[in-house]
Design a protein around this ligand. Structure first.
Ligand SMILES: [Zn+2]
Length: 397
C-alpha cells in the first residue's frame, strides 16, 4: 500500500534520525507521479548517509584532497582576468563560502549565477546583496517570467505535490547554459548528494555525472507532471519558454565540454562553519526567528515558499525539515541522536504559517484547495486519520 515506490516497512537509522522513506535528491530529472524513486539505502540499521560521513571523518586525507583541488584550479586558472570558474548559488551560507574561498584563498576569478527564489524573503534578499556587494565576485541573477513560473509551480503542486520542481530544474540547468554562454568549463557545485544518501556509487568522486545535465529526448521530458504537448496546448507554455529549465542537448554538451565538480569532494564542508565564515566575511544574517518546521535559523531562508518544499516532503515521505537538519547535525557531531529525536518530534510536522498567504496568492489557490490537494498525496502506509486528524503511523524514537 506504499505509494511512490517507497519501502512498505518504515525504518529509522540508528545513528541519525533519517528514515528509509527518504528519496534521493532530484538530480536525475525524472518527473513521475507514482513511479519508483530511489530511497536511502540501509545496512545493519545504519543509513548510507551516515556511512559516507564515517568515511569522510576517518578515511579521507583532506590535505591530499586540497592538493588535488590546486591541480584542478591550475588547469583552468585564467591569466587575463576573465572568468575561470562558475559557482551557482543563492547567497546562502554555502554558496558564499564556496565563491569567497575560491576567490580569496585560491585566487580564482569565479562568476556567480543565481536562479531567483519564487518570492524573496527580506533577509534572503539582504544576504544575496551582501554576497554580491562584499563577496568579490560578479553575479548574474536570472528571474524567470513570474506568471509562467507561478503557473508551473501551481501545476507541480497540484500534480506532484512538489512545488519546487520547476525551480530545481531551472536552478540546476541554468548554470550549464550560462557556463556555455561564457565559455567557462569549470563549474563548482557544493556537496555531493551522496553525502545525504543518494548515488552511492559516486560518493567518492569529484566529477559529476553527465547524465544530470544532458537530455536529448526533450519531447519525452516532463515538467510539473505534464508532457511538453500538454504544457503547450493546455497551458500555452512553449519549449522556448522552458529552454533554461531544460538540460543541454548532447550536442551542446559535447561542444562545450564542461567540467562540473563537487567542491565538497575537495574541501571538508561543515554547514555550521560555513555559516560563521559567511557571517564573518560578508555579514551574512541568520533568520530573525526559528524556521518553521524545524529549529534552525540559518539554513535555506531566502525563499518564502521554502518551508512548503519540506512540508510537502513530510506529507509524501514522512520526512520533514527537522529530520533533514537534525540528521545532518548529528552526523557532523553538532547534536546527539537523543536531542535530534526530541527536535524531530517537536517540529517536523509543523505547518509553516508565516508565508502561507503569500504562497496561496502566488499559486492562486484557496486554502481549502491547498489542503485538499496536500491530503490526497498522503501514503496510507505512513498516515492514518485518527479523530479527524492525520497522524504518522511511525515516528522516530
Ligand atoms: Zn543515518
Amino acid at each position: 500500500m506504499a505509494r511512490y515506490g517507497l519501502p512498505d516497512n518504515v525504518e529509522f537509522c540508528s545513528r541519525c534520525v533519517m528514515s528509509n522513506q527518504k528519496v534521493t535528491p532530484s538530480l536525475v530529472q525524472k518527473d513521475t507521479k507514482e513511479g519508483a524513486k530511489h530511497t536511502l539505502i540501509f545496512q545493519d540499521g545504519v543509513c548510507s548517509a551516515c556511512r559516507v560521513q564515517e568515511l569522510k571523518a576517518n578515511k579521507i586525507d583532506w590535505h591530499q584532497r586540497e592538493k588535488e583541488l590546486l591541480r584542478l584550479l591550475d588547469k583552468y586558472r585564467s591569466n587575463d582576468g576573465s572568468y575561470d570558474c562558475i559557482v551557482p548559488g543563492s547567497g546562502g551560507k554555502d554558496s558564499i563560502f564556496q565563491s569567497h574561498i575560491l576567490k580569496h584563498k585560491y585566487g580564482m576569478n569565479p562568476l556567480t549565477v543565481t536562479w531567483a527564489p519564487h518570492i524573496y524573503t527580506d533577509v534572503g534578499r539582504r544576504n544575496f546583496d551582501s554576497w554580491v556587494n562584499k563577496g568579490g565576485c560578479d553575479n548574474f541573477l536570472f528571474t524567470p517570467d513570474g506568471e509562467k513560473h507561478a503557473l508551473l509551480t501551481r501545476l507541480a503542486y497540484k500534480n506532484l505535490l512538489h512545488p519546487f520542481q520547476p525551480f530545481i530544474f531551472g536552478q540546476r540547468n541554468y548554470v550549464m547554459h550560462m557556463a556555455r554562454k561564457f565559455n567557462i568549463k569549470l563549474i563548482f557545485f557544493g556537496e555531493n548528494p551522496a553525502e545525504y544518501g543518494g548515488f552511492e556509487n559516486e560518493e567518492n568522486s569529484s566529477k559529476m555525472n553527465t547524465s544530470y545535465f544532458v537530455d536529448d529526448n526533450r519531447k519525452n521530458m516532463r515538467i510539473s507532471g505534464l508532457s511538453f504537448e500538454e504544457l503547450t496546448t493546455q497551458h500555452k507554455i512553449s519549449e522556448q519558454d522552458l529552454s533554461l529549465y531544460l538540460p543541454l542537448t548532447n550536442e551542446q554538451y559535447q561542444q562545450h565540454q564542461p567540467d562540473p565538480r563537487w567542491l565538497g569532494y575537495y574541501l571538508n564542508f561543515h554547514p555550521q562553519s560555513n555559516y560563521y565564515y559567511a557571517r564573518e566575511h560578508v555579514g551574512f544574517e541568520p533568520n530573525d526567528q526559528r524556521t518553521e518546521g524545524s529549529y534552525s535559523r540559518y539554513n535555506s531562508l531566502d525563499d518564502k515558499i521554502d518551508g512548503y518544499h519540506y512540508w510537502c516532503g513530510h506529507l509524501k515521505f514522512g520526512v520533514g525539515r527537522a529530520t533533514h537538519e537534525a540528521s545532518q547535525e548529528i552526523r557532523n557531531g553538532d547534536l546527539t541522536r537523543e536531542e535530534g529525536v526530541a527536535l524531530v518530534r517537536k517540529y517536523d510536522d509543523e505547518l509553516p504559517k508565516r508565508y502561507l498567504p503569500d504562497f496561496l496568492d502566488y499559486m492562486n489557490l484557496t486554502e481549502t484547495a491547498f489542503f485538499e490537494i496536500a491530503d490526497s498525496f498522503r501514503s496510507p502506509h505512513l498516515w492514518e486519520l485518527k479523530n479527524g486528524e492525520w497522524q504518522l503511523r511511525h515516528k522516530v524514537s
